[in-house]
Design a protein around this ligand. Structure first.
Ligand SMILES: C=CC1=C(C)c2cc3[nH]c(cc4nc(cc5[nH]c(cc1n2)c(C)c5CCC(=O)O)C(CCC(=O)O)=C4C)c(C)c3C=C
Ligand SMILES: [Fe+2]
Ligand SMILES: [Fe+2]
Length: 351
């Protein structure tokens, strides 16, 4: 190990030798990314990077890019920008996803430092936008991280989320002269600590309403149905998350329904669609519902705006009377302890 004291290289301390900091381990959390602002150009830059990713939209560039550049990116930055404006953290001048990811990182840093001291460095990056994966990997390497544990903050694996985050991480490492040893954290949807944190958030929310909701809707971000047929296990991991949650709560099949949201474009996506299912539930006489979003480690536009505004409206228009949105686990203590446990398990042999 190249540490200051035990240098293996005899000219290590000389002025014309590059400075080599003491060896560290990096834990790099990764989330999706979010626009820097909700104005047209910030929205366009963000959506362009996101929707040009072949892991997200896999159409041939010849067909997709003219559509994206000529039509979608002339309109969507306005509609999505208005949605972001309605949830923006104006005090911090940033989107909620960024605020929450910062808070999660700070808490995990505290928990990791308690156990490992400052040998292990904790930071976060985004797949799209800022802070970029490139800038954070560079910082870790410059700080002396010879080993990096990369942790995509998605409980369930999807090519459109976990895999593209890892792709970007690997791409960045291609440019490094001294490439660190790396590990990536696998999906953690089955981890007892994560299921337990989800279950406790349901129990807490149910304890705050006067009457128990008739059904819990577990709404996951959707992907095209085709991705499932082509081998993406996301659908199955979502179904299993709901089953484990139901079992942990000691509930029956009729107490929870699994749905998929955020459909984009004309293709068929995973079904049932949340926006339609909540209306069906209301029409069936289930007038009190709660909605949880287990695929999101942090609240974001898809939960705060889509679930808590659009989907709520669809439920109420269909005759629904009481809608409870259960917030994501965010920087809740139980959640951060669960994620830190996942990290510790994946650091075994390194620390
Ligand atoms: C176009 C295809 C999309 C796929 C496939 C997709 C999969 C997917 N996304 C998440 C998590 C998040 N998505 C978020 C925003 C978002 N997602 C899409 C499109 C696809 N997502 C768009 C266009 C947007 C931007 C908002 C909009 O214009 O509607 C976010 C929130 C980011 C934020 O800033 O708050 C998250 C998180 C998952 C988990 C997933 C597949 C499993
Ligand atoms: Fe998305
Ligand atoms: Fe499945």
């Amino acid at each position: 190990m190249f540490t200051d004291k035990a240098a293996v290289c005899p000219v290590h301390a000389s002025a014309d030798h590059p400075k080599i900091p003491p060896a560290k381990i990096g834990v790099l959390l990764a989330n999706l990314g979010t626009p820097d602002g909700y104005d047209y150009w910030n929205m366009r830059r963000y959506l362009n990077e996101f929707l040009s990713d072949k892991r997200v939209v896999d159409y041939s560039a010849w067909i997709w890019q003219p559509l994206l550049q000529g039509i979608i990116l002339t309109k969507r930055p306005f509609s999505s920008g208005a949605a972001y404006k309605s949830i923006w953290n104006e005090d911090a001048g940033e989107s909620p996803l960024l605020t929450i990811t910062k808070a999660q990182t700070a808490k995990m840093r505290e928990l990791i430092t308690e156990t490992h001291g400052d040998r292990v460095m904790v930071d976060f990056c985004m797949r799209y936008g800022n802070p970029s994966t490139r800038s954070k990997v560079r910082e870790m390497i410059q700080a002396g991280c010879q080993k990096i544990l990369f942790f995509p903050l998605y409980p369930q694996y999807a090519g459109a989320t976990s895999a593209t985050a890892c792709d970007q991480f690997f791409r960045v490492l291609m440019k490094e002269k001294w490439q660190p040893s790396i590990r990536t954290v696998p999906p953690y949807f089955e981890h007892t600590a994560y299921i337990d944190a989800l279950a406790k958030s349901v129990e807490r929310a149910y304890g705050l309403v006067d009457q128990k909701p008739d059904v819990l809707v577990a709404s996951y971000h959707g992907v095209p149905q085709r991705y499932l047929m082509e081998g993406d296990p996301y659908h199955c991991q979502c179904q299993k998350t709901s089953r484990l949650l139901k079992e942990r709560l000691g509930w029956g099949d009729e107490d929870i329904v699994t749905t998929f949201q955020s459909r984009f474009g004309p293709e068929e996506w995973l079904k049932p669609y949340t926006v339609e299912e909540v209306a069906r539930q209301a029409e069936k006489g289930r007038k009190r519902i709660a909605v949880i979003a287990p695929a999101f480690s942090a609240d974001c536009i898809e939960t705060l705006e889509e679930i808590n505004e659009e989907i709520r409206e669809s439920f109420e228009e269909a005759g629904g009377e009481h809608f409870t949105y259960i917030p994501c686990l965010n920087d809740d203590d139980l959640h951060m302890r669960a994620l830190t446990q996942v990290v510790s398990e994946n650091l075994q042999g390194w620390v």
